[in-house]
Design a protein around this ligand. Structure first.
Ligand code: GLA
Length: 400
């Protein structure tokens, strides 16, 4: 029988926000933990800062805690400008951490880290065969997801660097900055970036990105958070209900590189225009382990074309966990969103000893289309000197 999936990923290798909760205080606290406030005693806006450990290279890292008036908590670290924790209330006000991650930087540097919560780039997703031509010059990047380039490449991908943090004095926000030098990971131009995480009192986690360059270069930044609205490490996301505001998706070859065709989702397992339970149209774990399921039936790993005008904020996705009632809406100005159903999660141990099983969490990565740099008719990812790359994604949380 032909798979209902158009094309899926072949190898099992390489593999923020706003909550409109009931304006009530949480009924109970999970173990969010409150590090020491960073600034002055009695400063109610103080953003707590703590040590997150040393990298293998001996660099110090920090973790910052953002808290809103409803008790929601987000923690972010300088390592990879990464979202580490996100504590959201369920319909009874019980807080739980819904994000995959690790207790310290050593975990993030370990084999179990599959881009958990990181800022991904310089170019997230795939570039075919790690090659592109710009202004007459051919560039070669790492093919770290054979045969393609994935998520910015090797050791100097943005997700593996220590960023500089600047906590805000006015808002529950931290801005991370990093300059990636000309030629780093094979990309042209000195690229200066800022990523700001803001936790609002309207129960939103907002992520703002900015970048400038001194030489034309492709840029496509996203956040790679893995969500399980029932709680990270609490089973699979197969019973979550997903709605995607997308009539079309970018068709790919079997290495997940777009063919260039924009195809309708109608009459495929990719049609999430009305809410669908995620497990409804993908095979179970056993089927996945049989030989013919290793390719096209592994699960969702697709770029959807968000309806409406790129460059304007609009709804991209709505995710609900019916058991807890937690709901997340994602609004973005990006043209696309990659829905990845945690197909390569491998029972690795994360925060507090929790295990992250196959399809134990999912990613909804707002971004430009994969391999845009090799597709002239896709919205451009080229940033030119004098221009500012600027994009925003808002995660809005509620419970019902
Ligand atoms: C993205 C990709 C997936 C996989 C994960 C990381 O979402 O599309 O194929 O590489 O990252 O494991």
């Amino acid at each position: 029988m032909q798979s209902p999936f158009p094309t899926l990923f072949k190898t099992a290798a390489a593999a923020a926000s706003i909550l409109i909760m009931n304006a009530c205080s949480p009924a109970s606290e999970d173990n969010a933990g409150q590090p020491e406030p960073q600034t002055g005693d009695g400063d109610s806006n103080a953003i707590a800062k703590a040590d997150f450990g040393e990298t293998k290279a001996g660099e110090a890292t920090e973790i910052y805690t953002l808290t809103n008036k409803n008790g929601l908590v987000a923690k972010v670290t300088t390592y990879g400008a990464t979202l580490v924790e996100l504590h959201l209330p369920d319909k009874d006000g019980n807080l739980v951490d819904v994000i995959n991650g690790f207790d310290n930087v050593a975990g993030y540097e370990g084999d179990g880290n599959q881009y958990f919560g990181c800022t991904t780039g310089r170019v997230c997703n795939r570039i075919a065969k790690g090659k592109f031509t710009l202004d007459g010059e051919e560039y070669t990047l790492a093919t770290n997801n054979e045969p393609n380039h994935l998520h910015g490449g090797g050791d100097k991908a943005l997700s593996k660097q220590v960023w500089k943090a600047e906590p805000s004095a006015e808002a529950q926000a931290v801005t991370f900055s990093l300059t990636s030098p000309d030629g780093e990971e094979g990309y042209p131009g000195n690229l200066s970036m800022k990523v700001t995480y803001t936790l609002t009192d309207e129960n939103e986690l907002r992520i703002d990105y900015e970048a400038t360059t001194d030489k034309a270069t492709p840029v496509n930044l996203t956040n790679h958070a893995y969500f399980n609205l029932g709680g990270a490490g609490s089973g699979t996301i197969l019973s979550h209900e997903l709605t995607l505001n997308a009539d079309n998706y970018t068709a790919t070859d079997d290495t997940l590189i777009p063919t260039g065709k924009i195809e309708p989702v109608a009459d495929t397992a990719l049609d999430f225009r009305k809410a669908h339970v995620i497990g409804e149209r993908i095979p179970d774990k056993e089927a996945k382990e049989t030989a013919d399921c290793e390719t096209s039936t592994l699960g969702y790993d697709h770029n959807f074309v968000v309806n409406g005008e790129a460059g304007t904020m609009r709804l991209a996705a709505r995710l609900k966990d019916p058991a807890s009632g937690r709901v997340m809406e994602i609004h973005t100005d990006q043209p696309g969103i990659q829905f990845y159903s945690g197909n390569f999660l491998m029972e690795q141990e994360g925060k507090g000893g929790k295990k992250y099983p196959f399809r134990g969490a999912l990613c909804l990565e707002t971004q430009h289309f994969p391999d845009s740099v090799n597709h002239e008719d896709f919205p451009s990812t080229i940033l030119k000197p004098g221009d500012t790359y600027s994009t925003t994604t808002v995660h809005r949380f509620s419970a019902e």
